[in-house]
Design a protein around this ligand. Sequence first.
Ligand SMILES: [Zn+2]
Length: 639
Amino acid sequence: MKTAAFALIVCSTGWGAEAQLAVKNRSPLPPNAFYPLPLTSVKPRGWLERQLRIQADGLSGRLDEFWPSVGPDSGWLGGTGESWERGPYYLDGLVPLAFLLEDPKLIAKTRKWVNWTLSNQQPDGSIGPAKNDDWWPLMIMLKVLTQYQEATGDARVIPLMERYFQYQAGLLAGRPLQKWAVYRWGDEVLSLVWLYNRTGKAGLLDLARQLSTQGFDWKAHFADFQFREKVSKPQTGLKTHVVNNAMALKTSAVWGLVSGDRSDREAIHQLLREMDRYHLLPNGLHSGDEHYAGLNPSQGTELCAVVEGMFSLEHLSAILGETAFGDRLEKMAFNGLPGTFSGDMWAHQYDQQPNQVLCSRHPRAWTTNGGDSNLFGLEPNFGCCTSNFHQGWPKLVASLWMATPDDGVAAIAYGPSEVRTVVRNGVSATITEDTEYPFREKIRLVVNPDSSVAFPLALRVPKWADRARVTVNGKRVSGVRPGAYYRIERTWKKGDRVELTFPMRVRTSRWYHNSVALERGPLVFSLKIGEEWRKLRQIGPAADWEVHPTTPWNYGLILGGAKPRVIEKPVREMPFSAAGAPVEIRVRGRRIPEWGLENGSAGPLPVSPVASREPIETLTLIPYGSAKLRITAFPKLED
Ligand SMILES: [Zn+2]
C-alpha cells in the first residue's frame, strides 16, 4: 500500500531521473555561499510552468524553422550559414527550456545541435564551424555543453571540453582574445571552474589565469569610473556596451574564485555603486541603448542585457550569497524581462523604456541604436536579442533553488516550482513551492525527504519584506529579518510545511528629476495605457508591430491623502499582458498638459513637484511586465 502510494507521487510529479548532488568548489578554490543544482533539479510549476510553455509555443520553439540565422544551414549544424554567436546563443536558452519542460520535440532539437558539436571536434581539439576563428562564440557553446551534460549525463562532454581547453591553452599566446571576447572572458572562466570542480586538473586554472591577463579589467574600470552620464557617440566602445556591462556584473566574483583575491570578490559593490548612481532605471535595469544612457526613463535597455544581467545575478547569488542579488534578480526577471515581450512571446523589443508611450519606427534619442529598436517583432534593430533571449526564464527557474555548502537547500528567488536534490546523509528530498508570487505575498513549501533527515533550509527574505513571517508546521518562528537568509535547521519529515508571508505594501521610490515610481513586492507598477497594436509585416509565423497609445499618458501622481488601493485579480493564462494583469493599483493623479511627446518618446520629464489644475482622476497601474505602453517614473504633483 505504502509503495503504491509512493509510486503514485513519483509519477504525478514527473521525476524521471535520480536526484543529483550539487558539485562543490574543489581546493584551492574558496567555497561558494551556495551551489547551483544540476539542470533539471528544479522544475517550474503553476504560472511559471505556463510561462515557459508560452515561451516554447512562441518564438523559442519555432525560431529554427523560419529564421535563417539558426536554420538548417547554420554552421553549427555543419552548414555554410551563420557560424558565429547565434547558434550557440539559441541553444544556451533552448537546452534549459527543453529539459525543464521535458518537451520531447524541443529536446530532439537540442540533441541535433549539440550532437553536431560533440561529433565534429577536430584532431587538434578545436570545436565549432571551421570558418569561425573567434574565441567568443565558443565561450557560449561551452555554457551550452555544461548544461547539456547536467541534463543528460552525456559522457562525451567532459573529454571534449578537456581537449578543447588544451588546444586553446596552446594557442592563446599567439592568438589572443579579440573584440567581444576581451570583455566577456568571465563567461569562459565559469566553464573552466565547472570543469575543474569535476576533474581537478590544475591546467584549467592556468588557462583561466591566461584569460584574465588578456581580458578587460572590469575592476579597474569601475574603480575609476569615467562614464557618469549618457555617453556621446564618439565615447562609445566595447567597455560602454550595455551587454558587456551586464555580463561583467559577475566577472570579478567569478575570477575571484581563481585569484583568491578578496578585492575581486568584493568588486561587485563598487560596480553597483557607480552603475546605480549614474545609469539605474526604475525597472531595475541599467540603461544602455546600446551604450551607457544615463538616468532618463525615456532611454532604453537592450534585451540581451536583461537576460545576461539575470545570468550574472544568479552566479553572484551563488558565489557571494547576499540576498540583495536575489532581490535584483527578481526585479529584472519579473519586470524588465516580460516588459519587453508581447504577452505571447512571439515578439520582443531590442530596447525597452521605463516611460514607453509609443512603439514605432522613429529615430529616438538612443546612444547608437536604429529607429526600429522599440518595435515589438522578430529582430528589431539587430538579431542578437532574437537568438539570445531564450535563456532568461529557464535559467531563472533553474536558479530558484541552490544547495548550501553544508548539504542543505536554499531558496535564492521565489516562484512556483519543485526541487529534488540530495541532502545530508545521501537522502533525497523534494520541496514543492506552491505560490502565485510575485503577484501574491504567500509562499507555501512542503518538504518531502525520502526519509526523516536533518538539514538546513535557507530562505531569502527580501529587503522590502518588512514584518516578514515564517511558520513551520503552523508555528511562527522568530528572528526573521528582511535582507538576510533565514536558516531553519531541523529534522525534516515527509509533509513538513513551511509558510512564508512577505507583506507587499505599496512603496514609492525616487528617480530622475525627483520623479516617483510605485513598487509592491518585487513588482514595479506602471500606468496602464490603451494599446493599439498595428502590424507592420508578417515574417513566417512571426510579425513586427507598432504599438500606439489610445488613452492619455501624461499624468502626475497625488501621493498625499487616500492610500493606493490594491486589487488582486486571478493569475490567468497570460499574466504579462495588459488584459491579464493579476494585480492593479488605483491611485489619484492629474494630467500635466505641457508634458508631451518629443522624438517619439515621452518628452523631458517635468521636475517634481509639479503643479497642475487639471481634474483629479483615478488612475490604474498594472505590473510593468504587463504594460507594453507605460509610464513608470511619474512626476509628483504639488500637495
Ligand atoms: Zn541583443
